[in-house]
Design a protein around this ligand. Structure first.
Ligand SMILES: Cc1cc2nc3c(=O)[nH]c(=O)nc-3n(C[C@H](O)[C@H](O)[C@H](O)COP(=O)(O)O)c2cc1C
Length: 446
């Protein structure tokens, strides 16, 4: 029986010894509760028999099980039962086809940066102040003149109809209900026009460049016409990414992929750019008038940013910046904002948390433009730590997709509500009543 009181420390100690690690993983793999909780017994069996080379992977699997211990006693049946965002993951895993699950869950190589993103938060502890009137708390932030009740941004995630029939529409409705900023992916399964209609207000547009600048420019100008106030250019997949978990899971899917994907399952990111051979389900990439092509020479560099800036009146942000040097260059090129992001551990396997990259990016920016940080945010404390370091806002990816895959719009709304509630409690416990009141002094290095 999984014991959710099992301490993380004793667990880790046990797993450091090879024989007991194997024994324990084999025991977990045999537990019927694992399947009920949506965990993958095959992967655990594999880990139990793995060589020491794979022990990191085994440890990560086992740690995930401890982290999800609350759900392991019984998968929630409704969004209302959820106590944390983690409760949605096993339900979503049950509902989502295995290859689509692989697309959601994957990192790169052995998925180390996904784990690093989570561990990054543990390097900081809270430093709370007492005896301050916290009866009223205002967690709102302003981004380019629009105020949102929390700093939690719904980050771009591609192909959301792979997770739920309503996909981005359900997410937009949840964003509307709870008044969150939503960023729509270029490779969304909903058009920017339909997302803005469902949100009932502006949605930002995330850009993946195309091999033809003439098409990229049309995509950008269409988003502007649709009412997007900002374009977020993602730069962290330009060299391509090795998504092993995704490819392994895709092999386990026995369905006929060609109904949706020409030529079989696509490999997003692998080629270093969106695969534009099959855009049937990617409405932001279709329907442009034919114009004389302007083929890109090489891959985008800072010159591309200048071109992008001159092609639109929207705010231009860059997503995927993790160094001070690039932050300084972004400011020098007139960029309006940054996302400190490693694509949720799906770009290079850097093993560096975005919360660890945040301070140097903030130094490079020197307060001149907003900085949004994403990667591994799962708790109110995570959000608080990023805000204390100086982030303007934080982005979430997988958690709202777990909500979507589990219970559609209601799941997304509940994920947003849980994170907001947790964040506001941490604010109060720390003795702050506004975002401006959260300072570097409210956290300490552990
Ligand atoms: C399934 C999936 C698809 C994603 N698609 C995109 C995308 O189309 N464009 C983009 O800029 N980022 C994309 N991202 C990255 C997210 O915007 C975000 O950076 C990341 O998910 C944050 O980490 P988290 O999932 O740990 O919260 C995607 C992430 C996931 C998990």
């Amino acid at each position: 029986m999984l014991d959710k009181r099992l301490s993380y420390l004793s667990f880790t100690t046990m797993l450091n010894s090879e024989p007991s690690r194997r024994q324990f993983l084999a025991f977990l793999a045999a537990s019927p509760l694992l399947a009920a909780a949506g965990f993958d017994a095959d992967a655990l069996t594999h880990a139990a028999h793995a060589t020491t080379r794979n022990s990191d992977h085994a440890l990560r699997l086992a740690q995930r099980i401890v982290e999800h211990g609350a759900s392991a006693d019984g998968v929630i049946q409704s969004a209302k039962e959820a106590l944390s965002v983690f409760d949605f993951e096993p339900v979503a895993k049950q509902n989502i086809p295995v290859s689509h699950w692989g697309y959601l869950a994957t990192g790169t190589d052995d998925d180390g940066t996904i784990q690093a993103n989570r561990e990054g938060f543990d390097r900081w502890a809270l430093h709370p102040r007492r005896l301050i009137d916290v009866s009223k708390v205002d967690a709102s932030v302003s981004l380019y003149g629009t105020r949102y009740p929390t700093p939690i941004v719904i980050n771009p995630v591609g192909s959301q109809k792979a997770f739920h029939p309503l996909g981005e529409i359900a997410v937009a409705r949840a964003a509307k209900a709870r008044d969150h900023l939503q960023v729509l992916s270029t490779v969304a399964t909903t058009s920017i026009e339909d997302a803005i209609a469902a949100r009932g207000g502006p949605v930002w547009f995330q850009l993946y460049h195309q091999s033809d600048w003439a098409i990229t420019r049309q995509i950008v100008q269409r988003a502007e016409r649709a009412g997007a106030p900002a374009v977020v250019f993602t730069v962290d997949l330009i060299g391509g990414s090795n998504r092993e978990t995704m490819m392994r899971e895709a092999r386990r899917d026995t369905r006929t992929c060609t109904n949706c994907h020409l030529g079989g399952a696509p490999l997003p990111g692998i080629s270093g750019r969106v695969d534009d051979r099959d855009n049937r389900r990617k409405p932001n990439l279709v329907g442009y008038p034919h114009v004389t092509p302007i083929p890109e020479v090489g891959t985008p560099s800072w010159e591309f940013i200048d071109r992008l800036k001159s092609a639109t009146r929207m705010k231009v942000l860059i997503k995927g910046i993790v160094t001070r040097e690039d932050a300084e260059l972004a400011v020098a090129h007139g960029v309006d904002g940054l996302f400190v992001s490693n694509h949720g551990g799906r770009a290079e396997n850097s093993m560096r948390a975005t919360i660890a990259s945040l301070p140097e990016v903030l130094q490079g920016v020197a307060g001149k433009i907003p900085v949004i940080c994403d990667g591994g945010f799962r708790r109110g404390t995570d959000i608080f730590k990023a805000m204390a370091l100086g982030a303007t806002a934080v982005g979430i990816g997988r958690p709202y997709i777990w909500g979507l895959g589990a219970f559609g719009q209601e799941g997304v709304e509940t994920v947003l509500a849980l994170l907001r509630k947790e964040f506001e409690v941490v604010m109060k416990q720390s003795g702050v009543t506004s975002i401006a009141g959260i300072t570097r002094n409210h956290i300490v290095a552990r």
